[in-house]
Design a protein around this ligand. Sequence first.
Ligand SMILES: Nc1ncnc2c1ncn2[C@@H]1O[C@H](COP(=O)(O)OP(=O)(O)O[C@H]2O[C@H](CO)[C@@H](O)[C@H](O)[C@H]2O)[C@@H](O)[C@H]1O
Length: 731
Amino acid sequence: MASLPFVVDKGCCSLVGNRNYSLPFLSFSVKNSIFKIKATRKDYGQVGGADSDGDGDAIQAAINKTHKLLAVQKQLINQIAERRKLVSSINNAVNDAEFSKQGDGSFPSLESAEGRGSDTFEEGYAPDFLSGSSHDVSVDESQEDPSPTISEDYDEHTNQIGKALIFENSVDYTSSKELITPPSKQVYHNELPPFLSAASSSTPQYEKYERLKDSKVEEPHHEAKDVYVKNPPLAGANVMNVILVAAECAPWSKTGGLGDVAGALPKALARRGHRVMVVVPLYGNYAEPKNTGIRKLYKVDGQDMEVTYFHAYIDGVDFVFIESPQFRHMGDNIYGGNRTDILKRMVLFCKAAVEVPWHVPCGGVCYGDGNLVFIANDWHTALLPVYLKAYYRDNGLMKYTRAVLVIHNIAHQGRGPVDDFAFVDLPAHYLDLFRMYDPLGGEHFNIFAAGLKTADRVVTVSHGYAWELKTPEGGWGLHGIINENDWKMKGIVNGIDTQDWNPQIDIHLKSDGYTNYSLDTLQTGKPQCKAALQKELGLPVRNDVPLIGFIGRLDQQKGVDLIGEAVPWIVDQDAQLVMLGTGRPDLEQMLRQIESQHHDKIRGWVGFSVKTAHRITAGADILLMPSRFEPCGLNQLYAMSYGTIPVVHAVGGLRDTVEPFNPYEESGVGWTFDRAESSQLIHALGNCLLTYRQYKSSWEGLQRRGMTRDLSWDNAAENYEEVLVAAKHHW
Ligand SMILES: Nc1ncnc2c1ncn2[C@@H]1O[C@H](COP(=O)(O)OP(=O)(O)O[C@H]2O[C@H](CO)[C@@H](O)[C@H](O)[C@H]2O)[C@@H](O)[C@H]1O
């Protein structure tokens, strides 16, 4: 029997004989393990049509060949199955290591998860408070994406526990000589799922698919970081699904540092190979996210509230936006409204966010609740670990899902009267988690307290702040709980987004006379930015005056009033001062007043402008941060990377990150002072100005050390990973 070379294309498999016979068209699908053999009479006729005398023989020969071909196909199918098993076993080996404590080895299935409503919980697992908590509303048929259905098989591509959501329009997949695992195109329609691109790229099957895949992914405004696709996951066997949940996320929504962290940390975790999602409210009409068509109802204060899920995939991260009338147009007032308004918004947000891994297919596949860790942030999402426990884990659901709570600022706790408990919709015995007493507030309801108690792990944003939180002064009434939970607490210093905050590529320095610069071009680039800033703000354009900057929320925390007290001294120094901020009306008024009193030297910009923040960071020589407390602080990190010298109160993260200048050893990156007092600020700033004016080489050394520091999120992400792993193994 002559060998029959294969001619393979993506849609079908045809075979050509050595006598130019066209052999029967065969197609099969590996999807759902159903194989279809199509051989029409016409096809057979063509096979035998070469020799009319030998029609019978030819047909018989063709039939024999077809049988052989079928055997070959069967063999190929078996090989595919073997490959699938191999990939599956690789993934399972990873998962097994993580889930070895699981007992029966079973995973919670998405099927039961899908049932999230009371009618589909297992008998006896239907918590009263959950029934009606979320309902399927509908999937909008008009959306481009087809409705997902549950596939019959476990899909090893998804690294997913439970049944995978597969889109109906998936194409049949045919074999080739080079066996390629059915491409995720079947499952992910036009994009490579994030966890696959990094986590699984080391397996040959995926590498082959890499070459085949349509490289077009949704990339609205960031460039793809395909560089990561080729590397094996840095996280190794610890690869997991991570969902960061926050009330704000840059660049879409930001009132301060939380937005920056929510926009940047997930990308760093994704670079380590994790499958990472951010869940955030949709406050406006953003360009990037697309409506998934998936809608749900959640009860808040007895009323059904509808949410719709939007999705964007950017820089290896799934961004899921929760749209609801409650969030619409709140972008400039994220924490605004009265106490119960914001409480209800956060109840809705947390209820919807905790079920995102069940409902929202990202690249076609839901995250599922196995091998999953949530990262909640501040009091706004501190209800998430509570809901995870009360609604799900107490009821045998989401058994393998964990929650880490990050403290960015303990000063805001979600406090209210004990009666507020009614809004959070929890079983009565949960009240004790929220009930607090302190001498100032008396008995009250405290959301941060409940979150800290229920989270599997707690992170705060610097080592210094982790220590301060345990003191009565730094814990703001929660120090007792924090001390009790010290065993699960860790300080991790924030990083910075080196794409957004990088003087070499900063998009805000590309116009109006500003320029990008690096360490090599610092001596020309930075003065140019300084001149552009002075010009833009209408200050005298002089390179010889030190330009001092401040950027931040105008409140008690940031110590902006201390700068106000130091203004008479500052203007006597022949220096310029530029302040940007928004917040307390009296402090906003202070900014306006000092500007009008010293119009030739001071600008007080009241408002929120990301562009201006970048330009001040580049154009200023010195950045002041006299914060009374500062959990981490990002502006001093941004300043350092732009060659701008920080002068800071040595507290919290500022102490951790600003090593004081030592003129004898020529070390350090800035100046610090020990007490939040204007006299101390003046003393430190005085030394700084002296060095600026008289010790140029020391100044350049300070700039160089700041600019060459690794301030990226990559180190922090590795530390977060340790916490996530610890949470995962916490039972
Ligand atoms: N008027 C304005 N216009 C434009 N941009 C403005 C602005 N005011 C502030 N910003 C920006 O907001 C961010 C502020 O970040 P910070 O970390 O300094 O403070 P914040 O107190 O909000 O964050 C809390 O969370 C973060 C993150 O964990 C901790 O670092 C911090 O210590 C803690 O208080 C910076 O990106 C800054 O440029």
